[in-house]
Design a protein around this ligand. Sequence first.
Ligand SMILES: [Zn+2]
Ligand SMILES: [Zn+2]
Ligand SMILES: [Zn+2]
Ligand SMILES: [Zn+2]
Length: 171
Amino acid sequence: MSVMNTLTLELLFTILQERRVKLQPADAPHTDTSPGDSMASRSEVEFCCSICQEVFRDPVVLSCSHSFCKDCLKSWWKDKEVKECPLCKRRSSRSKPPGNLVLKNLCETFIQKRDQSSSYALCSQHSEKLRLFCLDHQQPVCLVCRDSEKHTEHRFSPIDEAAQQHKKQLQ
Ligand SMILES: [Zn+2]
Ligand SMILES: [Zn+2]
Ligand SMILES: [Zn+2]
Ligand SMILES: [Zn+2]
């Protein structure tokens, strides 16, 4: 019983921490990360577009070597006469900056890894992602668990939501 609860809490905290990292502005000063910070959270910032704060989609690179999502830069430049880098204000020599294929591939790998490893732990019984939270058992479950006899007529919420709820209760 107590072992299960500890595991559940740890999982929820992992999810909460990831969300917090994501909300951090990318242009925040680079402070030394505390020992508790994982590699994953550090690279999340590296793969973040400073305009939308998300992992790059279709990144393009400017002559100053800063990268942004293609669409983000497009809308950023929409009403501007001078095409300059949103970060360092250096003038871009081209109005159509080339795509950053290397970064694009890195981002895709990063998203895949993040989805596989950190966001969802795997169910020990079914090796499926623990996407749901059984409200009656107060434990994370996978889709196969949900349909199993053990959880007949139980209520579930998405694990993200459960984590948010948990956060609210703590505050
Ligand atoms: Zn963007
Ligand atoms: Zn720049
Ligand atoms: Zn399962
Ligand atoms: Zn249940």
